[in-house]
Design a protein around this ligand. Structure first.
Ligand code: GDP
Length: 485
């Protein structure tokens, strides 16, 4: 039996975002679902988009965020709270998995957003569903019936085939998530659009995630506060109260908040300045966590939405061994200022759809600052993943292929070989690799090239060396110089 002190939660409907590669049919699918589930009479009330709409399917509600693709990234996550509970990953049956599909998969995995796959355009002659499934498996999306739990549905956003089944899958996925809200909690949600209407003033489009929002409530985001003077549902009808996960339009604010900000009845009070999204221009170095290996990045991107998506994902990539730090994140081309920060902090620069200014190029080259370009977020995430892997298990700075063994009377063995990669230097410890196994370690006592003693030999060159190791070197072994991790 429930007592008065217990929180009585109620079921909440899912908020869904649609993602996938450009032209795979995200907009068409959102349009088809809207058109077939909202009656013409109701739709007559829609004077403008509030950035989301709600449908009924099998007597259950589903909210769709009406912005497909990249922009949805920034709407999907705000500080601490997630707008979308579920996602639809659209893949065109005639085109398969493409770069932005992979990008979407990476984002869905990083943000731990459950998703359903819609294999779209099945009405087309050249659709190849098996190929799409295989490509999804290669992209590590484990489909139901193929060893995984991700459900999928073949659809046509043109003819509508399969769309009802897709909605069934979404409701099933929502059931698994067990989404609830507390009607007694202060109403709380996320701003998905904010704009100035010349006639009506500032308009905030929001999605409610908890509590019940009422007309007259005083609400605040970390940056602005105001009173809900007018509350409208997504059909443009005036309402007195709203429950989760419905979208709504709020009038009554003097200032516009930022998209993605969270709002709560009563506002954030003293916490507001701490929570407010800092203006990107002034965001700088975050503190080092002692004792943990760190990898640092400076992020530059063409637009705020991509920058935030990139920062959110990369900041969340730290693991127990490696701390990933975003030193700064700003919109705009890579400047010499960015390169200077990279030199002092040892950071690498990730440049998403931006150029590198001339002065920055010159300074960067002179100081061996790495600037990594990317046209899709997924590419840059891969770079960060590689970097983390490399820190855990550093790449050798030099590799020698052993071609001959001349003398093995003592632990000091005389061998000959060719530098396969990097530079072979006399310093440091070397690992001895045989097949795919490390069979021992050792040090270089002396190194000779063309019968002259040297301290280093470059890739492609042959050399002779005395190598001190208890392990007997064999022809075919590789000596790997590893940086001290
Ligand atoms: P988005 O970029 O992912 O939002 O893709 P759109 O919805 O704009 O669709 C891109 C193109 O594909 C448009 O010309 C659509 O008419 C077409 N399209 C979308 N879905 C289907 C489908 O199921 N079948 C066919 N034949 N064409 C489709």
């Amino acid at each position: 039996m429930a007592t008065d002190t217990e929180v009585k939660t109620k079921e909440r409907s899912p908020v869904v975002v649609v993602m996938g590669h450009v032209d795979h049919g995200k907009t068409s699918l959102l349009d088809y679902i809207r058109k077939t589930n909202i009656t013409a009479k109701e739709a007559g009330g829609i004077t403008q988009s509030v950035g989301a709409y709600e449908i009924m399917h099998n007597a259950k509600r589903i909210t769709f965020i009406d912005t497909p693709g990249h922009e949805a990234f920034s709407k999907m996550r705000s500080r601490g709270a997630r707008v979308a509970d579920l996602a639809v990953l659209v893949v065109a049956a005639d085109d398969g998995v493409k770069p932005q599909t992979k990008e979407a998969i990476a984002i869905l995995k990083e943000t731990k957003t459950p998703f359903v796959v819609a294999i779209n355009k099945i009405d087309k002659n050249n659709s190849d569903i098996e190929r799409v499934k295989n490509e999804l498996l290669q992209a590590e999306v484990l489909l139901e019936g193929y060893g995984g739990g991700v459900s999928f549905q073949q659809v046509s956003a043109k003819t509508g085939e399969g769309v009802n089944d897709l909605l069934d899958h979404l409701l099933l996925a929502a059931e698994v998530e067990n989404l609830t809200y507390d009607p007694a909690a202060p109403a709380q949600g996320i701003i998905i659009e904010a704009k100035l209407d010349r006639r009506r003033g500032n308009e905030l489009m929001v999605i409610l995630k908890n509590g019940v929002l009422r007309r007259g409530n005083e609400i605040g985001t970390p940056s602005v506060a105001g009173k809900v003077r007018t509350l409208e549902n997504f059909l443009g009808e005036t309402i007195d109260e709203l429950s989760p996960s419905s979208p709504a339009l709020i009038l009554g604010f003097d200032k516009l908040p930022a998209v993605g900000e969270e709002f709560i009845v009563g506002g954030f009070g003293d916490m507001a300045p701490l929570l407010a999204k800092p203006v990107p221009k002034t965001r700088e170095v975050k503190k080092d966590e002692r004792g943990k290996k760190t990898v640092r990045f400076i992020l530059k991107a063409d637009v705020q939405g991509s920058l935030e998506a990139l920062e959110d994902i990369i900041s969340a990539m730290s693991d127990p061994d490696v701390e990933v730090q975003v030193m700064s994140a700003r919109v705009g081309d890579v400047t010499d200022g960015d390169v200077k920060s990279a030199i002092t902090t040892g950071a690498k620069i990730l440049a998403f759809r931006v150029r590198v200014e001339k002065a920055a190029q010159v300074l960067g080259q002179a100081n061996a600052v790495e600037v990594i370009h990317g046209e899709i977020i997924y590419e840059l995430i891969k770079v960060v993943e590689e970097e983390i892997k490399n820190i855990k298990d550093p790449k050798p700075t030099g590799i020698l292929d052993v071609l001959a063994v001349f003398n093995q009377k003592s632990s000091k063995q005389l061998i000959g070989g060719k530098v396969a990669e990097g530079i072979l230097r006399t310093k440091g410890v070397f690992q001895i690799e045989r097949g795919l196994q490390i069979v021992g370690t050792g040090r270089i006592v002396s190194l000779e090239q063309n019968k002259r003693e040297v301290t280093q030999v470059e890739a492609g060159k042959e050399c002779g060396l005395f190598f001190d190791s208890p392990t007997k070197i064999e022809v075919g072994d590789r000596l790997l110089a590893k940086p001290i991790a």
